[in-house]
Ligand binder design. Sequence first.
Ligand SMILES: Nc1ncnc2c1ncn2[C@@H]1O[C@H](COP(=O)(O)OP(=O)(O)OP(=O)(O)O)[C@@H](O)[C@H]1O
Length: 696
Amino acid sequence: MPKLAIARQCLKEFGRLDKPLQDKITETLSKFEAATHTGIHLEKIADTRHPLYRSIRIDQFYRGIVLSPETGETYTLLTVLPHDDAYTWARRHHVSVNRATGGLEVRDVITIDEAIPELARGAESAPKLLFEEVNDADLTRLGIDEEILKVARTITDTTQLDALKAFLPETQWDVLAGLASGLTPEQVWAELGARIVEEPYDPDDLDAAVARSSDRIVLVDGPDDLMAIFAHPFALWRVYLHPTQRAVVDANFRGPARVTGGPGTGKTVVALHRAQRLASKSTGPVLVTTFTSTLTDSLRAGVKLLANSPDVLERIDVQHVDKLAHQIFREVHGAPTMVGDDDEKQLWASIVQRLELPFTEAFLAAEWRQVVLAQDVSTAADYLSAKRIGRGRRLGTNQKAQVWQAVWEFENALRETSVWTHETVCREATRILGGRSDKPYVHIIVDEAQDLSPEQWRLVRAAVPEHQDDIFIAGDTHQRIYDSRVSLREVGIKVTGRSSRLNLNYRTTAEILAWSMQLLHGARIDDMDGHLDSIAGCRSDVHGPPPTAKGFTTQTDEANYVAETVEAWIASGVEPGEIGIATRAKWQHKKIQDALFTRGIPVRLLAKSKGATDSVLIGTMHAMKGLEFRCMTVVSVSAKQVPAAAAVTPVGEDPQSHQQDMQRERCVLFVACTRAREDLLVTWNETPSPFLVPLI
Ligand SMILES: Nc1ncnc2c1ncn2[C@@H]1O[C@H](COP(=O)(O)OP(=O)(O)OP(=O)(O)O)[C@@H](O)[C@H]1O
């Protein structure tokens, strides 16, 4: 039975076509099996670059170019274009087999032929060539063939390389882009990873090459599958995974495992695919969890988009980690009465007063969360020997005894009045699960792992039995926006030796990424496993304008400029819903909203948007986590607002906490800036934030 496959480029092009044309293409291709069987719709092309190209009629004006199989049954749709353009495409483009990966690749032969002499002339007088430090043997080993080697030897800078992107075979361009971004040949080899073919293969066997190209060509499994693919043409992540992503999705791990990597590298994509894969091969429930509601909602939408059957969808439970705790708690105790923030503060204050303690209530609350709860301390003796890493103020034995007395009083008051905090609910849920032999899940996937607290991790550990592929973690400690600091080992989750890293950013342009990464310059960030983490290798192959950073004398001037910029973006064709505005605090929204309203630009609060796409979205930097926008402005990045004074421990009170709070504030700004896909505007009024000073 003939089968259809679709090249990634083709799906991208499909997404840009008008809906009626998309419908015609879908209709034509859904009858593909029958059409090829009768031989009606595929026509040979005269004067073509490759003898196996065929054209398929979509309508009067449009044609698809298909690579027909030599011996097998898979027909690969390479492009869909207006009639004349399609035939020109077939004359200019050649398909071949990549020497390192054995995958199918497409190049524009005519453009490359024309470019070589011109580039060579420029190279003669250039002071330096882009790849002069990489030898031919390494390039060849990485799959660069003779023709592309000639090109590589004439390229002088990354602008030339970028200009060639649309014409070179994709995998070979990726290799050159990796080398140009500073990766060593070994690192590029590692990135090719699972794609490298080790056994000998026939370089002329295009059918086998198509089968080896799952990162660029998707095999359609019948008309329903075709519909599902065409229904979301821009969700390329559903059907094409980078080999390093694919390797993590498909791996079997003997215990907990994790994926790390900088912003936009597809960690969530990998987490979703893994959930889908594990739910497809097991019969028990799979939990996908994280720490905020917005993220939970977007994970739920991703799971829905990916699930290939109602059964699989049914088996995947997407839940906020605190909701899970509450659910388990309720099964035993009924609904808990929660203590409010103010009541909690008051309780600590009354204890401080009654016991005449030399501590503030804020200090005691932090000591309780960061030491007592974090290490699950339950006795005075345990508290005396507990590690107080990250707690700057040193405590002598007498002071520790005083703290413990306060903690005991606090917990006792909660017990006596039967009120709970999210942390104590979580601790109780963990205790309940600890006593149960039947665990609620067979696999758990945690996204944005850097922000889960130790109690939440213990709950995760207790909710799944220890076995192969039990826990999978996706996260980036450079994007930690709350105070949780966890050693995975200490909460019973050992990932050593089962950790993978993604480096290629799919979201942000290289310019925005490089600029944002400078915000973290010099920050020493842990990896939750006893070492320091680094996102130095994180890169993007997509280019765009550099971010704009601009200061104003007054808030009003700043708000007006932001509104003007948003207006210009909309005028250039960006949809309002593709624009995001972030501020450090909620009260900073008003001025910007007013300036937008004055210009008739619809704007909504992110928290109340419920997925609406007809308005510009404004929210706090924290609320931006898990989202992305084509154009992004980060506003009021002024010295008085970022870092937020109220969120930073004064240096005199506790230098270590101060340092950590400052680092977290940097990360919050980093997260907001890296939500931008194409354009980033960062503004301030009066004096810029100290985090911006080195960049402006
Ligand atoms: N293989 C892929 N093909 C196409 N697009 C991809 C691929 N992988 C990821 N993306 C896209 O890249 C963007 C970022 O992906 P994702 O949210 O998974 O990254 P992340 O590493 O979790 O990001 P962050 O840490 O910043 O939250 C998304 O728009 C996603 O659709």
